[in-house]
Design a protein around this ligand. Structure first.
Ligand SMILES: Nc1nc2c(c(=O)[nH]1)N[C@H]1C(S)=C(S)[C@@H](COP(=O)(O)OP(=O)(O)OC[C@H]3O[C@@H](n4cnc5c(=O)[nH]c(N)nc54)[C@H](O)[C@@H]3O)O[C@H]1N2
Ligand SMILES: Nc1nc2c(c(=O)[nH]1)N[C@H]1C(S)=C(S)[C@@H](COP(=O)(O)OP(=O)(O)OC[C@H]3O[C@@H](n4cnc5c(=O)[nH]c(N)nc54)[C@H](O)[C@@H]3O)O[C@H]1N2
Ligand SMILES: [Mo]
Length: 587
């Protein structure tokens, strides 16, 4: 990972061992261009990358804001590691420090492991969750029937509106207003504390940019090993200098800024220029009279923000869809405009989406075609219109000649057996039992009775099932450890402990158990027999294992793209010992 970050293949925050605002000041004081100064400092080792020493207090993340996610109850694999190292709370972590020979060689390893790196965890939610439980500050969110908002993904042919049936009750606010309020309070403080500073941001060599060809053939060339001074945007991520007027953040928050006009909007390498739309929004909302946003469209409510989003996307603004396809025609030599031509006059507004679900317009932002009322399917435009794929060859591409992918022999699609957790981490071998505990594969697939952690805490759902956390198990495995349906069981591995009830079902194959994603620690989580502490959740016995090929970047379609191409969490290779426990549970 240190190498991937150094070469700009994958992002990592914090960036540098020193505050990036101070680094920019240092460059000025030294009379140097900021990017050149940073590159020199990196090369000389005077400015270490945070990723090379993540346990050094200088490199700890200090503030974490969680919004519209349930990090500690849902997404984060390795819950107990988060609890111990990030939060410094009670945890059921069972693991020992990795022994010398197995430690990464390019990352500094501390003698004592850090506990509680974060100073503050803030979350915004409308439920009590496994994340809000641990948060220092919880901002109550308005629900979907108490605020204006939008919902849409690439796979959905419709844009849906959230419309308030009532105003946000008590202290709740829309997410837009919550962040607006934070911006206001922050900006007032910033007048005395931060003012205007210059920042330097280390970007990543991204897919669909020139950076995607910075490392031809994916040939590894780590400047830290060669001793060269890295070249931003070529042998490392690009360095961008940004003026930050911290006191103006609230003003900027409530307007649509000038970069939309100056730079246009770029998605997947296609840039559109929404100049007309900015003028339309200014006419519709009026403009701010004073402050940093003076003269810019006033985006003062969540509903207005929804309209801004809709007017700037080709999927909801036919003019931009057509403009984008024209640009794409020039680039590809293929005729494409016809996919959106009939929609040129269409403008989907927030009010339209409130009246009824509105189908989207085919646009170069996605690869599907909804033209003529079709349903979305990925890569339709590539297959039917011969728009080149965003690969090295422009075709569907199976052979990957990237160094890091070659190193593990995955140039072509190939079968990889699950990792042997017994050999790697000393877990007992699969299928073994001492008559009390049985070692099984541990899977945590998505639940049919919830969307992630949502709805599993609904009283109807709890009444229809066991009313708390469960583990699905085959009759054969249950028999080996004398477990009957609905018995309490305890699962332990090096990562943590889970206590739940067994659902013994012939639908499970022998050797595998399911603890469905994502059952929270807010419902029926007893003390464990293993630690005497309150047990964990499904992610207490998982752990993040990053696959190195997911960080192979800087080269064509293997380049990083935000929310598209990058490391994924992995929880599929986990094993655990499970046993019947005392049926007397206490809390
Ligand atoms: N072990 C294991 N771990 C996994 C997975 C797995 O299969 N197994 N799956 C992974 C995958 S694919 C995903 S996508 C992630 C999902 O992980 P998360 O996205 O963290 O999970 P959710 O439970 O959907 O969390 C959404 C939270 O947002 C809140 N919320 C909903 N609407 C709003 C809103 O309008 N405003 C605000 N402020 N809050 C709102 C909900 O109450 C909920 O608490 O989990 C990942 N983690
Ligand atoms: N009801 C409901 N629907 C959802 C969601 C939800 O939370 N609830 N979440 C949505 C989201 S964000 C996502 S990402 C998708 C996820 O949807 P899917 O990708 O379908 O995810 P899972 O259900 O986690 O896993 C699918 C299957 O993979 C199997 N599996 C586990 N390990 C392996 C393995 O090593 N090899 C193979 N071949 N199979 C394996 C599991 O047994 C499981 O049956 O679902 C979406 N839809
Ligand atoms: Mo997901």
């Amino acid at each position: 990972m240190a190498s991937a970050v150094a070469m700009g293949w994958t992002p990592f925050y914090p960036q540098f061992e020193r505050n990036s605002l101070d680094v920019a000041d240092e460059a000025r004081a030294a009379g140097k261009e900021i990017p050149a100064y940073v590159a020199e400092q990196l090369a000389s080792g005077d400015l270490p990358l945070s990723v090379t020493d993540p346990d050094n207090p200088k490199n700890w993340p200090r503030v974490l804001s969680v919004w519209r996610s349930n990090l500690l109850g849902s997404s984060s694999k390795g819950n107990e590691y988060f609890l111990q190292h990030l939060l410094g709370t009670d945890s059921n972590l069972q693991g020992e420090q990795t022994t010398d020979g197995l430690r990464p060689s390019e990352v500094t390893w501390p003698d004592t492991v850090p506990e509680g790196k974060l100073d503050m965890l803030m979350s915004i939610d409308f439920r009590m969750t496994s994340t809000t439980l641990f948060s220092d500050v919880v901002l109550p969110a308005a629900t979907w029937y108490e605020k204006g908002d939008l919902s849409s993904t690439d796979m959905h042919p419709y844009i849906h509106a959230f419309s308030p049936a009532i105003d946000p009750p008590w202290e709740t606010r829309s997410d837009y207003d919550a962040f607006g309020a934070i911006a206001k309070a922050f900006s007032a403080q910033a007048r005395t504390h931060l003012g205007t500073r210059t920042d330097v941001v280390m970007g990543t060599l991204q897919h669909d940019t020139q950076g995607a060809m910075a490392f031809p053939s994916g040939i590894e060339n780590d400047w830290r090993k060669t001793g060269e001074v890295p070249v931003p945007g070529k042998t490392m991520g690009p360095l961008v200098v940004v003026e930050r007027d911290y006191a103006a953040i609230a003003d900027k928050w409530s307007t649509l800024g000038p970069l939309v006009d100056n730079l246009g909007l770029t998605t997947k390498g296609v840039t559109t220029h929404p100049t007309e739309e900015v003028a339309e929004l200014a006419a519709k909302f009026g403009v701010m009279n004073t402050g940093a946003g003076a003269g810019r469209p006033a985006v003062t409510t969540a509903e207005r923000m929804a309209d801004v989003i809709l007017s700037l996307s080709g999927t909801s603004n036919g003019r931009l869809a057509v403009e984008g396809f024209r640009e794409l025609e020039r680039r590809t030599g293929r005729r494409l405009v016809h996919l959106a031509e009939g929609s040129e006059e269409r403008r989907i507004t927030y009010a339209d989406t409130q009246a009824r679900p509105v189908p989207v317009i085919t646009s170069p932002e996605w690869s599907g075609s909804e033209t003529g009322g079709r349903r979305y399917a990925p890569f339709t435009v590539n297959i039917e219109e011969l728009k080149p794929f965003h690969t090295l060859t422009g075709r569907m591409h199976f052979y990957l000649d990237h160094d890091w992918i070659e190193e593990v022999g995955e140039q072509l699609p190939t079968y990889r057996p699950p990792l042997d957790m017994s050999r790697l981490f000393g877990e007992s071998a699969l299928g073994t039992t001492d008559g009390v505990g049985l070692t099984v594969r541990y899977l945590t697939p998505h639940s049919k009775w919830s969307i992630h952690s949502e709805y599993q805490d609904n009283l109807f759902m709890l009444s229809l099932s066991r009313g708390g956390p469960t583990m699905w198990m085959s009759p054969a495995d249950a028999a080996k450890i004398a477990v009957r349906d609905n018995d309490w069981v305890e699962a332990v591995n090096r990562n943590g402990v889970v206590v739940c009830r067994a659902v013994v079902s012939h639908r499970m194959p022998e050797g595998v158990v399911y603890v469905y994603h994502a059952q929270e620690r807010t419902i029926d989580v007893p003390l464990t027999e293993t630690t005497g502490k309150r047990g964990g959740i499904h992610n207490s016995i998982t752990r993040i294992l990053i696959k190195p090929t997911h960080m192979a970047g800087g080269y064509a379609q293997t380049s990083y793209a935000f929310n598209y191409l990058g490391p994924t969490g992995n929880q599929r290779d986990e094993v655990t010992v499970v046993r019947r426990r005392s049926q007397e549970v206490t809390y």
